[in-house]
Design a protein around this ligand. Structure first.
Ligand code: SAM
Length: 165
């Protein structure tokens, strides 16, 4: 059962504070085969359809070196989500769970993340597999998968700290 914007039995909405501008800029747009939330995957899969991530001007030079990474973390703005539920019923069966214990698109700040496989880089576009968002979803950020990335900057004190402080 996919949610459009209804509230289900047992769910709890709050009066969400008016959004303030955190200074986000959408750096691109994601092109996928899905035009309805009813058709999107719940989570992307590594062998899912190839999707295109379009990078807007002036950000294309920020892709330099990205082809070295087989997997990327993609952050996007789930722009059609409601933002006021604190308890949700994913199965729509009356049982609920807190929003922060779910990966639902409905959240105070509707940020989606996916680990994708990089298929290719073509000018200011990336071809990737593993997405689950609607066609036209705004892009917030791209990063190499943290498991593949070794910091280039020298370590700092905090890198060696372990246990309780
Ligand atoms: N993989 C991301 C994550 O875990 O953060 C998103 C997971 S979320 C469960 C994926 C669902 O969000 C899709 O199945 C679809 O129902 C919904 N969705 C996709 N694109 C959306 C958009 N632009 N606005 C609102 N909902 C969207």
């Amino acid at each position: 059962m996919v949610r459009l914007n209804e509230i289900r039995t047992g769910e709890v909405a709050v009066e969400a504070p008016a959004p303030t501008d955190a200074g986000l800029v959408f750096i691109g747009r994601i092109h996928t085969p899905w035009t309805s939330r009813l058709d999107c995957p719940r989570q992307g899969r590594p062998d899912g359809p190839t999707c295109r991530i379009e990078i807007f001007d002036p950000w294309a030079p920020a892709l330099a070196g990205i082809e070295a990474f087989e997997r990327l973390e993609v952050l996007y703005w789930l722009n059609e989500s409601r933002r006021d539920l604190v308890r949700q019923s994913p199965a729509n069966d009356g049982s609920t769970r807190g929003t922060f214990a779910l990966r639902s698109p409905v959240r105070p700040n509707p940020i989606g993340t996916s680990l994708v496989t990089l298929v290719g880089v073509k000018e200011a576009s990336l071809l990737v597999r593993g997405l689950d968002c609607l066609d036209g979803t705004p892009l917030i950020d791209l990063k190499p998968d943290r498991c593949l990335f070794t910091p280039l900057a020298p370590p700092q004190k905090g890198d060696f700290q372990v246990g309780d402080l």
